[in-house]
Ligand binder design. Structure first.
Ligand code: HT7
Ligand code: ZN
Length: 899
């Protein structure tokens, strides 16, 4: 299998100025008439006599119609003038002078057989496309790379009855009924040059919601959201989000929308979240459709984030695009950062930051420490679809965040303005992005900062302090270590921006004075060396440092000599930085869970036995949680977040080797201890909030926060399987008038209540059997049941009539939920969980390799597991490796995992 390398980049030999496509749509035999205005790239290669033209094309998906290939009107002969291979159409001896040549041909394809959902496919009898990253070559032959940018004109022809809606990128310039009146057509022209990955079409029987937005220069844009019949009322929230995002991008970045229409189309069968095709965004329906009965508060928040993300791509990705796929983070990291800031502005900044960091720590840190670790700008790949990762997206966003911290908001905005001005309409690189910022901010040297793009691995930052009481000076000694990662053994020191604050013993801020004449409450220290000491002046005795405020860099931070529990509790209660209050609580609980887990290791014991064997959590810690629970001055949402204990996946990151059962028991033990100590306060808070939330359901952020805290209380109350609490949960489940409460109760009941769980699951199914997106929640709840019997449940569910293995949402909810998010149920001592998942990966690989590879990533942890589990997982990886029919996608994950 061929590895693609960043250093092998060469500009395209031929450019395509104009693309004309005519689709004659048919579920099993769609015809694509293709006309390309091609010209030799003399700018890059100079002129020559002739050169062969290579067009990408997946011959398993598309067939060239015999005798249809013409160059400048002359019909070419196969074998003599051109060849078709599995992956290319090669046309010999094309004009190399740089003059335009017209290449015409026709291909036929069968969308009904396209289960990979890449290229042109069917979902519920409607046509959709997905072209990023390399799906366009499954539609027609083309130089399918992002640095070939063209003007597209697209004609769609289809049955009027079956496909009343015909959409493509840009504006509809003509439409009408064909001579055979059963058919109609529409012609779309997109005035912006774009790479093939941004091409899209949709044809189907859909309805739409319409609204408009007036841009800052006074242009009226028509906004439409297309959905299946019956779903229109569920699209109103997404429409509001779209308008918020359009306004925010104008205010924050000066970026205006550039066409007359902006369309969003929802589809149930989609491999990822959504796709930013120029003016025709296609969305996984779960990121569009919502009402309070069917969607949770988290679903609403996710919709807000994804709608904004895709909209923001219009500038960061579409107007300025990528030179090659190694630069993927140039658009994704930046767009995630923009989306994070937008969401922070629309909701609660601290809570948003906490949830982003949770994701980074539970998903990205393990990736950075595993066999699939790669830099934010990867050096090589086998299958680009495997690189839509938390490293490219979330770590990429952290890199942008650090850059903004380094330049300050004004300097960053100047850099962005220059970037858009200089590179509009071009396909560029991460280096171009940095050079725009460097040129806009000549006083800052970004040379060392570039390492964030090239070095993989999470830097480990350790600290110690020394205090000179006679001078009131505090010395902070810092060391950084960047662990070796695949093919990168030695690392250079990174530029790590560390935001620090100082608190005196009463919790008052002490100005951070590093002797530069600028004493402030929070200061950013630029750590540049492997070892570095910072000096703080005028520090009162017994002051406490608040490190990495707001998580100013994506590093693993620790104190050389463990921080005292007193200091941590102090920070939890007093830090001015809410993120660090949460982080102190995470450290306190993480340390306790690890201590218990390390005591249990391989022992099989009940929770009662655990409680009798390990030291109880300190009263001071329990009291600190009590104080937070009852502190009415804190927002509900923040209080609820404080009670989310570090996840099992995150705790496992700190255990060597990992004993998943011990982690699970230790975490649950702490939860029960907290629950028992706080029982009265949990009940009173629960009852109070229940009362306050009575009446009509409200979606505002205050009510959402109240629901979150109320449901956290209920979860703690139920985690010891207290029958009274469980019956309250069942009652609450039955009378819930919104999905947030119903689902929270369903999760609680299925995790902690045996019969009540089964009853609630059955009732939920009966009620929502016909709501596809709600049924997905029902699958996920069951996938997440923390029980050794969960495997049997999953095995039954995958065979049920409601589960469709061809639908990625179903797969991610049930199979992904189990293999990637439920370690206690997945890591079975006889290896049956691993065997089942390996079987499913093989089945899925024939259907949708991209989804199969994502599920296969559950095996990348094997080398970190305790010996028995390690060898059982290795066996399944080897079993997969021995297959000679694996897709590139799964092969890459398996191969890297084993090396
Ligand atoms: N840019 C989009 C990527 C995407 C995708 C990639 C591979 C296969 C299917 C896909 N669907 C969407 C998503 C985003 O906005 O980041
Ligand atoms: Zn994106």
């Amino acid at each position: 299998t061929r590895v693609k390398r960043r250093q092998d980049y060469k500009p395209p030999q031929f450019l395509v100025d104009q693309v004309k496509l005519k689709f004659i749509l048919d579920p099993s035999d769609t015809r694509v008439l293709t006309k390309l205005n091609v010209r030799f790239n003399t700018t890059a290669y100079g002129a020559c006599d002739t050169s062969n033209l290579y067009l990408d094309g997946d011959s398993e998906m598309i067939q060239l119609v015999p005798n249809s290939l013409k160059v400048d009107g002359r019909t070419l002969e196969q074998g003599k003038d051109y060849q078709v291979s599995k992956t290319n159409l090669i046309i010999n001896s094309m004009d190399g002078s740089g003059n335009g040549v017209l290449v015409e041909f026709q291909v036929s394809l069968n969308p009904s057989k396209n289960t990979a959902l890449m290229g042109l496919y069917l979902s519920k009898n409607n046509f959709f496309t997905q072209c990023e990253a390399e799906g366009f070559r499954r539609i027609t032959f083309f130089p399918d790379r992002p640095d070939v940018m063209s003007i597209y004109e697209v004609t769609l022809v289809g049955s009027r009855q079956d496909y009343p809606v015909l959409l493509s990128n840009g504006d509809c310039v003509e439409s009408g009924v064909c001579s055979d009146e059963k058919y109609h057509y529409a012609v779309y022209r997109d005035p912006f040059r774009k790479p093939s990955y941004l091409f899209a079409l949709v044809a189907g029987n859909l309805v739409h919601l319409e609204d408009s937005f007036v841009t800052m220069s006074g242009k009226k844009v028509t906004l439409r959201i297309y959905v299946q019949h019956g779903n229109l009322p569920k699209a109103t929230f997404a429409m509001e989000c779209l308008k918020q995002a359009m306004k925010w991008d104008e205010e924050q970045y000066g970026r205006e929308y550039d066409l007359d229409t902006f369309n969003i189309v929802a589809v149930d069968d989609f491999s990822m979240g959504a796709m930013e095709n120029k003016s025709l965004n296609i969305f996984n329906s779960k990121y569009v459709l919502a009402n309070p009965e069917t969607a949770t508060d988290s679903d609403f928040e996710a919709i807000q984030a994804v709608v904004a993300h895709e909209y923001f791509h219009n500038w960061t990705g579409n107007r300025v695009t990528l030179r090659d796929w190694f630069q993927l983070s140039l658009k994704e990291g930046l767009t995630v950062f923009r989306e994070q800031e937008f969401t922070a502005d629309m909701t609660n900044r601290a809570v948003k930051r906490i949830s982003d960091v949770m994701r980074l720590r539970t998903a990205q840190f393990p990736q950075d420490a595993g066999p699939m670790a790669h830099p934010v700008r990867p050096e090589s790949y086998i299958e680009i679809n495997n690189f839509y990762t938390v490293t490219i997206y979330e770590k990429g966003a952290e890199v942008i965040r650090m850059l903004r911290n380094l330049l300050g908001p004004k300097g960053f905005r100047k850099g962005c303005d220059l970037y858009f001005e200089r590179y509009d309409g071009m396909a560029v690189t991460c280096d171009d992005w940095l050079s725009a910022h460097q040129d806009a901010n000549p006083h800052v040297d970004l040379t060392q900062f570039r390492l964030w793009y090239s070095q993989a691995g999470t830097p480990q930052l350790s600290a110690s302090t020394e205090y000179d009481a006679s001078k009131s000076v505090l010395y902070l000694h810092l060391e950084q270590f960047i662990p070796p990662t695949p093919s990168q053994l030695l690392k250079e020191p990174m530029l790590i921006p560390i935001k620090v604050g100082i608190l005196d013993r009463h919790g008052n801020s002490v100005l951070v004075d590093t002797g530069d004449g600028n004493a402030v409450e929070t200061k950013v220290l630029d750590m540049k060396e492997f070892e570095q000491t910072f000096t703080f002046y005028r520090v009162p005795p017994n002051s406490v440092l608040s490190m990495l405020r707001g998580f100013s860099a994506p590093v693993k931070f620790s104190w050389k000599h463990q921080q005292s529990l007193d200091d941590l509790i102090f920070l939890m209660e007093k830090d001015k930085d809410e993120f660090n209050r949460w982080d102190a609580a995470q450290t306190v609980t993480l340390e306790y869970i690890l201590q218990v887990a390390n005591q249990l290791l391989d022992e099989t014991c009940t929770l009662q036995q655990v409680a009798s064997r390990v030291p109880a959590p300190s009263k001071a810690v329990l009291n600190a949680f009590q104080t937070i629970l009852l502190d009415e001055s804190l927002e509900h949402r923040f209080r609820s977040t404080m009670f989310v204990l570090p996840s099992e996946l995150f705790v496992a990151e700190w255990m060597k080797p990992i004993y998943p059962d011990a982690v699970h028991l230790a975490r649950l033990h702490l939860k029960r201890e907290l629950a028992s100590y706080l029982k009265r306060s949990l009940w009173s808070t629960f009852r109070k909030l229940e009362k306050e939330l009575e009446g009509e359901h409200r979606l505002d952020s205050e009510s959402r926060g109240k629901r979150a805290l109320k449901n956290v209380c209920l979860e703690y109350l139920c985690c010891s399987q207290d029958p009274d609490a469980l019956s309250v949960a069942l009652e609450h489940f039955r009378k819930a008038n919104n999905m947030t409460d119903a689902l929270a109760c369903l999760n609680i009941l299925s995790a902690y209540g045996k019969e009540q769980g089964e009853v609630a699951l059955a009732e939920f199914y009966r009620k929502w059997e016909h709501e596809y997106l709600v049924l997905d929640k029902w699958f996920r709840v069951q996938a997440l049941v923390p029980s050794k019997d969960t495997l049997h449940r999953i095995q039954t569910l995958v065979e049920s009539k409601s589960f469709d293995i061809k639908n990625p949402n179903n797969v991610y909810a049930l199979i992904g939920g189990y293999a990637l998010q439920n370690p206690y149920a997945f890591h079975l001592k006889d290896g049956s969980g691993y065997r089942f998942i390996a079987d499913k990966i093989l089945e899925l690989d024939k259907i949708n390799p991209q989804v199969a590879a994502r599920i296969a990533s559950c095996f990348t942890v094997w080398q970190k597991l305790e010996p028995n589990l390690r060898s059982l997982m290795q066996k399944q990886l080897e079993r997969l490796f021995l297959r000679d029919d694996l897709s590139k996608d799964v092969f890459e994950v398996v191969n890297k995992s084993l090396t």
